[in-house]
Design a protein around this ligand. Structure first.
Ligand SMILES: NC(=O)c1ccc[n+]([C@@H]2O[C@H](COP(=O)([O-])OP(=O)(O)OC[C@H]3O[C@@H](n4cnc5c(N)ncnc54)[C@H](OP(=O)(O)O)[C@@H]3O)[C@@H](O)[C@H]2O)c1
Length: 266
């Protein structure tokens, strides 16, 4: 559905949320493919520690910026600096996200800051990036936007009362963007991982079916972009079930969800 991204050599790629986890794994894979990278995240010293492990040649292709996706000013400055340095941007991969773990029975006003932070990071953050980069991409007449969303956006879920709605909205946003930007030569991809073993999932006290390693997730993400997929979801043996669940009558979905949770709780 998108023009396949078959060539990574010298592609100018900005990854927002590259310090750890899935974003860092994609960055590692792209360094090996000799792409030109700008890696962003809040923790500049964490990015720097990663950068220190690269060879001198790899370092010349990789720049770092401390950036908070909730702050449009730093996004604007980075995008401006990149346009000047690179003369254009081929791919913007938005990975930044946080998970809340909020349950309905415990919901009080005390949790509003966490809910607001989750929505600001996972949903308003991508809007900030869009508002800054779309004029640039429109002007250059090409480019690709890829959003790391989640299968948590497919159906309502417990213990994710801000996270899952933020990803549902992001999934929806990607569809509108794809439809409207395709005539302008700008590709849009939605990436929906299942469970990946990162800091985000490290504190989970429940069974995570088909848990993947970040490097496998990075492989799936790049393969989806190489195929030109609009949506890449993985691992399929798990995510296909969640896609089917979108079509089930809610009565049946809630019944199956309760059974799955009962089976997976120690
Ligand atoms: N792990 C999973 O099972 C899973 C499943 C489905 C979807 N996802 C999605 O995949 C994405 C990456 O998650 P992960 O598992 O790799 O989590 P992670 O290991 O916790 O990494 C989160 C990444 O997001 C960055 N980030 C967080 N808040 C940010 C902010 N305000 N501004 C800029 N960067 C920010 C972090 O860098 P800094 O701390 O340096 O800012 C870090 O690079 C998220 O969008 C998540 O929702 C994960």
């Amino acid at each position: 559905m998108n023009p396949p991204l078959t060539k990574w050599f010298n592609q100018r790629i900005w990854i927002i949320g590259a310090t750890r986890g899935i974003g860092a794994a994609v960055a590692r894979a792209l360094v090996l493919r000799n792409a030109r990278l700008c890696l962003s995240g809040r923790d500049l010293s964490g990015l720097q520690a990663w950068h220190d492990t690269l060879t001198p040649e790899q370092k010349t292709r990789t720049t770092l910026t401390g950036l908070d996706i909730r702050d449009p000013q730093t996004i604007q400055k980075t995008a401006h600096d990149l346009s000047l340095a690179w003369g254009g941007i081929d791919l913007i991969l938005i990975v930044a996200g946080i998970y809340d773990g909020i349950c309905a029975p415990d919901l009080t006003l005390d949790q509003m800051p966490l809910i607001a932070d989750t929505l600001q990071t996972n949903l308003l953050g991508p809007y900030h990036v869009l508002a800054v980069v779309l004029p640039l991409l429109r002007h250059q007449g090409y480019g690709h936007l890829a959003f790391v969303s989640s299968v948590a956006g497919y159906n309502g879920l417990p213990r994710a009362l801000a996270y899952a709605p933020s990803k549902a909205a992001l999934n929806n946003l990607c569809e509108g963007l794809y439809f409207e930007l395709r005539p302008h030569g700008i590709g849009v991809s939605r990436i929906c991982p299942g469970f990946v073993a990162t800091d985000m999932t490290s504190r989970a006290d429940y069974f995570m079916p088909a848990l993947m390693q970040p490097d496998q997730a990075a492989h799936e993400i790049l393969a989806g972009l190489e195929r030109g997929d609009f949506e890449t979801h993985f691992p399929r043996r798990f995510t296909t079930l969640l896609k089917i669940a979108q079509w089930l009558p809610r009565r049946l979905y809630f019944y199956l969800l309760a059974r799955a949770i009962a089976r997976s709780t120690p």
